[in-house]
Design a binder for this molecule. Structure first.
Ligand code: ZN
Length: 345
């Protein structure tokens, strides 16, 4: 039945460096820099000061890409990779405050998916924090949480199963939760021609994203600019999304501090990802549909499409801030979670 079909379709979230920046800025804590100006902010410029680069770009990907073409500076390249990972690993989320990443995870349900193009492990920390909170609220987290986010560019905290392509937090177990194979270290995917193992990993992530986008009803792109080095991958995703039977009624929301014109140039003109006028652009997470209608975004959208209810009306009980207190979080998410659990019985 078409109505039921709409409601069961996934909400897919794609994250880039801007989402980690929004998360740490909202908490007023230090966080990883975005790619533009990365070396200065991470204080890594000295590694390449003797390298005669032609590019004048301050973007990490441009500098990295040119460094890869200079075999005589292989030592600098290796040092840059190592120091970048050390820099990324130093950032953590506090346990006692609710981050945007935690709100994002709590706003999604088991049928939904998160894909991140970031190297930092803030999203995985948020996932662990949400599990902990749900446990404290006596909620069976496996029944209400979205699957573990996919980190498309790899992450040192993840293990990867070569047999069935499952990823899992490395600290938890060393065996694949699906097929019991021993988990390998998840590769870090750098913005260059991938090596065999990292190509294998990217391919596994890409096919998962394609499979999910082919049935998505709603896509939220948060702080992800679609870097040059990712353009082939994004075009492949767009090609998977467009034949989606719901594409003509699928909604795309972009959360970005860039202007609406710039956002449209990237996602409509360059990548052909957005269908007609089915998109919205927001400058912060608190204004997007997931924040306004947590855990019910697809259902509300389906009602709007099928029964012409007012989609833009404010959600009845939810008013979210970027750093809500624990009691606000309980008030917002727990009634929705309890409702789902009682419906499932
Ligand atoms: Zn496996």
């Amino acid at each position: 039945m078409i109505e039921e079909d709409y409601r069961k379709a996934p909400h897919v979230v794609i994250l880039g460096a801007g989402s980690s920046a929004a998360t740490t800025n909202a908490l007023s804590i230090p966080g990883p820099s975005v790619m533009e100006g990365f070396l200065e902010k991470a204080q890594l410029s000295s590694i390449i000061e003797k390298v005669p680069l032609k590019t004048t770009s301050k973007n990490f990907e441009d500098i990295y890409a040119e460094l890869c073409t200079l075999p005589e500076y292989a030592r600098e390249l290796s040092e840059l990779e190592q120091k970048t990972l050390e820099y990324i690993k130093q950032f953590h989320l506090p346990n006692d405050k609710i981050s945007i990443y935690e709100q994002l995870i709590l706003s999604l349900t088991p049928k939904d998916y998160i894909f991140s193009f970031n190297w930092d492990n803030l999203l995985l920390e948020a996932y662990k924090n949400v599990k902990q909170r749900l446990f404290q609220w006596n909620v069976p987290f496996t029944s209400v949480m979205p699957p573990l986010p996919s980190l498309v560019h790899g992450c040192a905290d993840l293990g990867f199963c070569l047999k069935c392509h499952t990823c899992d937090l490395k600290i938890k177990r060393s065996h694949c939760p699906q097929c019991n194979e021993i988990l390998k270290d998840c590769p870090i995917v750098w913005p260059k021609e991938p090596k065999n193992y990292s190509q294998f990993y990217i391919d596994s992530q890409l096919s998962k994203m394609q499979e999910v986008l082919a049935k998505a009803q709603f896509v939220t792109i948060f702080g992800f600019g679609g870097a040059k080095s990712d353009s082939t991958l994004i075009k492949a995703l767009s090609n998977a999304f467009r034949p989606n039977g719901r594409y003509n009624v699928a909604e795309v929301e972009v959360i970005d501090i860039k202007s609406k014109e710039e956002v449209l140039k990237t996602w409509k003109q360059d990548f052909d990802f957005i269908c007609q006028d089915h998109f919205k652009v927001f400058s912060s997470f608190k204004d997007c549909t997931l924040a306004k209608w947590p855990r019910r975004s697809v259902e509300n959208f389906a009602d709007f499409m099928l029964f012409n209810t007012t989609f833009n009306a404010p959600a009845p009980t939810v008013s979210i801030t970027e750093t809500p207190s624990t009691s606000e979080i309980l008030r917002i998410y727990l009634p929705l979670i309890r409702e789902e659990l009682s419906n499932a019985r």
